[in-house]
Structure formats: structure tokens, C-alpha cells
Design a protein around this ligand. Sequence first.
Ligand code: SAM
Length: 439
Amino acid sequence: MNEVFLERMKNMLQDEFDDYLKALDDPMHKGLRINTLKWDAQSFKDSGLCSWKETPLSDHIFEIPEDVKLGKTVEHHQGLFYLQEVSACSAVEILNPLPGDFVLDLCAAPGGKSTQIAMKLNHQGLLITNEIDAQRAQVLLSNCERCGISNAIITNSAPEILCPQLVGCMDKVLVDAPCSGEGMFRKHSKAMDDWSEAHVKACAQRQKRIVDQAVTVLKPGGIMVYSTCTYSVEENEEVIDYLLQTYPDLELMPTTTQFGRPGYDVGLCDGSKVRRIFLMDGGEGHFVAKLRKKQGTFKELKRIKSNQPHKSVNIFLKDQLSSIPLNVYMVKEKVYLADAFYDLGKVRVLRQGILAGEIIKERFEPHQHFYSSAFLRPYFLKITSCSHDEMVRYMQGEVLTHPAPKGYIGLVWNEHIIGFGKSDGQTIKNKLPKGLRQR
Ligand code: SAM
């Protein structure tokens, strides 16, 4: 490990430095968070997927053994859980989004914290989840789809483009900032290779630029949580000190969690109010601080009216759903379902609500997101259960010989939707997107 980094850790941890060195050789703290939009903790415990340990964070967040690999299981594909390191789950627990809140997740890919926020919103309110990097934004999109999220706008813009559209509109904002990743050294060796004191300083500069934008979107009384997966004081307490010095209408709030330990006093940052999780505390490494905007101006996000969809859309929706619980909005050939649609100006919007499908040559072709949506699940009229063997063949992209009503049909395995196909009465043509097939 980098000598300068170790020296800094020694200065920071003092008597506990040896504990830190020892903990580096312990197994990694791997976590599994139940997606409560689709599943519950008891069903996970009964599933026999793996052994687990409770965590102090929540009764649906578990520590699982380091050698367990669940990323290719059907349950993962169905979006029943999200694999997320335990200390990384702490930021959203502290943010505490409530159903109905408008929440911005400004640095969101691959989506661990966004899917956790959406779970807490329970389909009510709005999540704007943003990722600056185009490739990583696609991963965020696919994780949101898999987890069946219906009330999110997924964007791919710089904070300087997005935040001016949201000034005074949000109840809560999460800044899980890009950082030097000192808590990720065991997971990603690249974080270790990239480490230098200069990099730490550059990250701190970037973090200050990001929080400068984030603070503007808060309503009066709004909450901002700032988190990183790094240990350096420059990227943690010093950023909080910067915020408090620069914006007197912000106040630091206690984090009210037992997980981890207090941080350090730095300028206006009161260490007893922020939270640090070191390897020795039961997580890979995280910093979390919570701030409240005492005053400011409140604004409403600008809404867009729903528009008249193509006639084939209504025919499809009536065929598939017992009633249509959301509004329909068309952007070019694509058809979206959501409670409300918003105008975000020049922001690059990848998704608003549920992508129901698109019009191709005057015909409506549904999308996987429609069938994976947890919100629409109780409204589905056309679903059929398949056997274990059929489920395996479906996941491999095969056609199924399975009697079912004609037309598009959702396929269920073990009570949860795995995808959809098109039935001619006797066989079901596989419509699972190629990228999701298992070979
Ligand atoms: N919150 C995510 C999760 O829980 O899955 C992890 C976010 S990761 C720590 C930080 C993200 O910030 C990265 O995806 C990175 O691409 C993005 N990022 C990099 N530079 C940025 C910038 N200038 N503004 C906003 N986000 C940035």
C-alpha cells in the first residue's frame, strides 16, 4: 500500500492504526439490501439464497458472506434485492426520504443509493437520479428498471446544467460525491493505484463545486446528505466546513445512527454530528453528514401536460391492465407512464417514469420496464407462471411451448415477473432484451 497514505492513516487513527491494518486482512463487508418495492426480509431469509447477518442499519439490510455470488441469480434479475456494501447503505438511511418527497440524487451511478431512495418513496413523490458519465448512466438506468422503479427521472448531465432547473424545488438531495475512494481499496485496486495527495486535493475541489450546485436545489427546510467512501479529512469534514462557512443558511444536523463513530472537529464542522465508518466499525469505509437549509425560496417544478398517445397504446394498455393508474406521455416514438411529467430544459433526460414501449411501424412494442415495474404489478391482467425449467430456458432467450392467451404476456416465476413474451396461443416468443439473457 502507498506509504504516504499509510502515514496519513496512522496520524488519523493513532492508537487504532494497528486495528485498521489487521482489519485489511479480514473478509470484505458484503451487503444485500432487500428491494421492498418487490420483496420482504422474511422471504429472503426463507429463500435459502445465502447465509446472512443482521446489521444495525435496518431490518432489510444484511451482511452476507464474502464468497457468495448472487449477481447472476434469477432473484437478482427480478429486482428482489440490490447488492450493496453495508456502510454504503448508511447515507440513505440518514437522508430518510419519505413517501411524497421530491429527492435529487446528484451523483447516482451505478444506483445503489437511488434504488434505496426509490424504495423509501414507495412510488410516491419524485426521484431525480443523475449521473454525469454517459456509460455509467446506462448502468443506472438498467438498475432502476430491474428494481421496478416507476417514479424516477433519470438524467445524464453535469450538476451545473441540472441544478439550475431545480432551484428551490427539492425536499432532499443526496451528494454521494466522486472521491479518492480510500474505503474502496480492497474492492477496486484502481482506487489504490490512482491515489496521491494531489488526487485527494483535486477531489476536494471537485466536491466543493458539486455541493455549490446541490445546495441551490433545496426548499426551505430541505435536507442535504453529503457522503463519500473515503477517509481523508480534506474530502469530508473540510467540505462540510466549507459549506457552513459559505452558506450561513445551512445548519449541520446530527445523523442519529448508531452505526460507525463520530468524525473530527474541523472549523465549523462539529465532529460529533457527522458519521465515519472505518473497516473496524463493520463497513468498508464511509463518511456521512446531514445538513438542513434553514431558509430560502420554494419553487414548483414545471410540469408538462400528458399528450394524446397513438391509438395502439390505449389498445395495448387496456388489454394488459385492469385500469390505467398513470398518465401517458409520448416523446417521439417512445411511450412513458408516470403520475406527472416535468420540463427540465436542456438537461439530458434518459427516462421519465416507466418506459411502457415504443411505436414501431404503427404497432406498439412493449418494453421490459413495463413488466418489471413494481407499481403496475397489481394491475396486470395477462401473466402466466412458468416452471423452473421454462424459466431457465426463458432466461437463455428460447421460445417456450406454453399455452397462454394470445398477445403480449408477462412471465412469472416464483410469484415474481421475470420478463415478457408474445403468445400465439401455444408458444411464447421470447422478448427478453438480448443484454439480459444468460448464456
Ligand atoms: N451513489 C452511487 C451509488 O450508490 O451507486 C455511487 C456514486 S459514485 C461514489 C460517484 C459518482 O459521481 C460516479 O458515478 C461519478 O461518475 C460521478 N461524478 C464524477 N464527476 C462528477 C461531477 N463533476 N459531478 C457529478 N458527478 C460526478
